[in-house]
Structure formats: C-alpha cells, structure tokens
Ligand binder design. Structure first.
Ligand SMILES: O=C(O)CCC(=O)C(=O)O
Ligand SMILES: [Fe+2]
Length: 292
C-alpha cells in the first residue's frame, strides 16, 4: 500500500556541505530566496529614509526602552539603530508593514535551517516548536512581550567610525544583510588559529543558545563590523529563543529539563552589549567574548 503520511520533517533547505560549514564555522554566506531578499531590500530603503530624519523625530517615533532592546538608539559618532520587537502603531507605516513581512519570512527561513542543523546533529525537530513559540511572526501590540526576545534591527553606521566589536550573538540564529564590506566573520583555520574575512552577501550566524543546545557541537559565529569610508546600513534578524517553556533535554540527548528563560538569562548576563554606549546608559557586563 502507498504511504501518504506527511514526511516527518521538511525537505532540507541547505546542502549537506552548507550545514556542515555552518556547524563547524558558526557562519555561512548564502543567497536568500528572491522573495525574502526583495522584502529585505524594500525594508532597507525605508530604513534609509527613516535615518535621514532628525534625531529628535526618530527618538519620538520609536522611544528607546529596555536599554538597547527596543526603539531608536544612537551611539554618538558611530552608529544608530532601530530595534523592532512588536508591531506598533495603527495604521502601520511602510517601514512597519515591511518589517512585519520580513520578520515572518526570515523566521520561517531560519526555522527551516534549524531543522537542517538538527537533522545533521541527529536531534529531533520537535525541540524547535516550543523554542519558537510566539517568535515566528512579529508579536502584536505596542507592549513589548518579554518572553519573546527576538529582534529585527536596522542599523546605520557612520563612515569610518561605525563599528561593532568582535562578539557572538546570544540567540539561536542571526541573519545579517547589509551593504558595504564591513561585516567580518572569524574563519576557523584547520591547524592555524584562523582569520577575519569580509562577507558581502547575506550571512547566517550561529548564536550561543544554539551552541549550548547542540552540546557545543555547533560553534558560535564570531563576527565584527569594521569601519569603512562609506558607512554601512544593515538589517539584522536575530532569532532568539522563546522564553515561555521548559526545554526537554531528552530531545537533545540529555535528561530532565531546563527553563528556557533561565538558560537564556544566564547566557545573556555573561556577555557585554556591543551596541551600547560606553557611558553606562545601557548595561555593559562581562567580556566581549563568551565562553560557556
Ligand atoms: O550590522 C551588522 O551586520 C551586524 C550587527 C551585529 O553584529 C549585531 O547587532 O549583533
Ligand atoms: Fe552580532
């Protein structure tokens, strides 16, 4: 008899070679599906228009809250960025409408990649559903939901001075897209220590939470932004774990469970914030690199 039951997992999105590189290096350059790429480009152009406004207007439109975790934030002479965590005003602006679309498309895309990673590591795909609860579309309402730390960020870096110190991200997977040869990833070299390399195309980065959930079989993607004479604009979607559920460690080859909020808070509090001002107006803790 023909078996019409649905497959136990989605078809792979990345090639085996790409997944292997992502796991071993913590980063992967890749071409995005054209619809996702087009929506990101449309959001990028609304971002350019947004940043042309006065600082006062930008701050009034998106007051910052939770340190650098929501709203408009400026690091004098270096960079400014807008962090979106929920679908705000009604009716939405073009930028907000586009951000909502990019969030859903990028989250679905990264979910598929998480499934490729778990298949390669022989981990059940069931681990992802509770970890992505509430993250797969932009949370509704103007009140920030602290159980959903996922962020969509639009950056504007000043020429020469706009940088981000070497760091790894705290979440599951980050998708970075941007213009200009400013984003660099650390290429771990076989034998030798490794080297910084420029990445020009969209880049995926493994975050510390994924590294930990994989029992350190995935490495976190070390990256930085270096200054260039033209500056840079980028869009960064950082898929972080939902903090609503316990994580069943049995699905990860261990036993028992751990609270996702507890795990995530431990990872976060051991890091410094590379996007904060250094004057104490947002918390700066720990060292630039995290080793868990
Ligand atoms: O601008 C970028 O492409 C990267 C920014 C970044 O690394 C971060 O916000 O964590
Ligand atoms: Fe980063």
């Amino acid at each position: 008899m023909v078996d019409y039951s649905p497959p136990s997992q989605p078809p792979p999105l990345l090639t085996g070679e790409q997944v292997g590189r992502l796991i071993e290096q913590g980063h992967l350059e890749l071409a995005l599906p054209s619809h996702l790429q087009n929506c990101i480009s449309a959001l990028a152009s609304s971002g350019t228009t947004f940043f042309k406004q006065s600082r006062r207007t930008k701050a009034a439109l998106y007051p910052s809250s939770h340190g650098t975790e929501s709203g408009y934030y400026n690091v004098d002479g270096e960079k400014e960025f807008l962090t979106l965590r929920c679908a705000p005003s009604n009716p939405p602006s073009d930028l907000e409408r586009q951000a909502k679309i990019v969030w859903s498309l990028a989250a679905t895309y990264l979910y598929r990649i998480l499934c490729d990673v778990s298949a390669a590591l022989d981990i059940s795909n069931d681990v992802w559903s509770p970890l992505l609860d509430g993250c797969r579309s932009m949370p509704e309402g103007s009140n920030l939901d602290t159980t959903i730390p996922t962020v969509l960020r639009i950056f504007h870096y000043e020429p020469d001075q706009g940088t981000a110190a070497p760091h790894t991200d705290i979440g599951l997977l980050t998708l970075c897209t941007g213009d200009g040869p400013s984003l660099q990833v650390w290429n771990r070299g076989g034998g030798s220590e490794g080297e910084w390399v420029d990445v020009a195309t969209p880049t995926l980065l493994v975050g510390d939470t994924l590294r930990l959930l994989s029992s350190t079989r995935c490495v976190s993607g070390l990256h930085r932004v270096v200054g260039n004479p033209w500056g840079r604009e980028s869009i960064v979607f950082a898929l972080r774990p939902s903090l609503r559920h316990e994580i069943d460690l049995g699905l990860l080859g261990g036993s028992g469970s751990v609270g996702s909020a507890e795990l995530y808070t431990t990872i976060r509090d051991r890091k410094s914030n590379v996007n904060a001002r250094r004057d104490g107006s947002a918390s700066v803790k720990g060292s630039d690199r995290v080793e868990l």
